[in-house]
Design a protein around this ligand. Structure first.
Ligand code: ZN
Length: 290
């Protein structure tokens, strides 16, 4: 028996787990790429997940930053693992990836586009948006309003890249409340960047989801602390974890340094009890996203 198989045999990992925030391809530069090359780079990384009981990967690359539903569908079919894509517009990074029409259209008009995508071949299963620091400007506010309208109409959950930490998360909850969108339809993405745990507790208390993503060997100690704090406060039922790992990088030789998705299974989850593991990667993701 190879050492690796022996180690895997010793692990007890949750069955049918879900990674709520990973990437297969991100194209920050808009470079051309060969989808076949991206497919060949991603397939072994995706396939590796099957050995750890993963059944779904939620691909969080937004439209206009490289979202490629056809590539994801091809990988999903080949690997036998669900891969979800998303709809919405990402306003973070100073609106660099916001298309021109979003400045002129109303929140309602943007929501029409996303609801139409929901019913189209693209089949997004969640809404991905992103905002800059608080106070949110007019564009960021409109994107979150459009996401709220879309969530109410389709039932999809909003995952929002929130650069500005707690204050920006709370401002988004206020937008959802104003539009009567249930707060359990909101996921605070990159909550690990907020160092004041009181914000984590507050957002969970309000009923929204707190996602500690970006787990890797360098960050894991902080993420474990966040999880432990949420557990102590009785808010494990609103906590999500993921790695924000991957991905094929168009324009870089060979697609760049594609990190895999297994660290959470080999190193992170085994440090937690079975009950906590199941909540974080099995039951909570289903409750948050369906
Ligand atoms: Zn991400």
């Amino acid at each position: 028996m190879r050492r690796r198989d022996f180690l895997l045999g010793a692990l007890t990992l949750p069955e049918r787990s879900i990674l709520v925030h990973e990437h297969i391809l991100v194209n920050f530069t808009g470079a051309n790429y060969d989808p076949g090359e991206a497919y060949r780079a991603a397939l072994p990384k995706v396939r590796e997940l099957l050995r750890y009981g993963c059944r779904r990967l939620q691909e969080c690359t937004p439209n206009f930053i490289g979202r490629d539903p056809a590539l994801l569908r091809r990988l999903s079919d080949a690997a036998g693992l669900e891969i979800w894509t998303n709809t919405g517009i990402y306003g973070a990074a100073g609106h660099k990836y916001v298309p021109g029409y979003a400045s002129n259209e109303s929140a309602e008009q943007l929501a029409r586009r996303w609801v139409a995508e929901f019913r189209s071949e693209i089949k997004p299963r969640f809404i991905k948006t992103g905002v800059n620091s608080a106070p949110l400007d007019a564009i960021d506010t409109k994107l979150v309003e459009a996401a709220s309208i879309t969530a109410k109409e389709t039932g999809m959950t909003i995952a929002s890249h929130t650069s500005g930490g707690g204050p920006a998360a709370i401002q988004q909850l206020e937008i959802l409340s104003r539009l009567n969108c249930p707060l359990d339809k909101f996921v605070w993405v990159h909550a690990q960047n907020e160092k004041d745990h009181r914000f984590h507790e507050h957002v969970a208390q309000a009923g929204a989801w707190v996602e500690f993503d970006g787990i890797n060997e360098k960050t894991a100690a902080w993420h474990l602390e966040c999880v432990s704090w949420m557990r102590q406060k009785g808010r494990l039922d609103r906590t999500l974890v993921s790695q924000d790992s991957g991905w094929f990088r168009p324009g870089e030789p060979g697609g760049g340094d594609y990190r895999g998705y297994t660290y959470i299974y080999t190193d992170f989850l085994p440090k937690l009890s079975d009950v906590v593991q199941r909540a974080l990667v099995s039951s909570n993701p289903v409750e948050a996203f369906g």
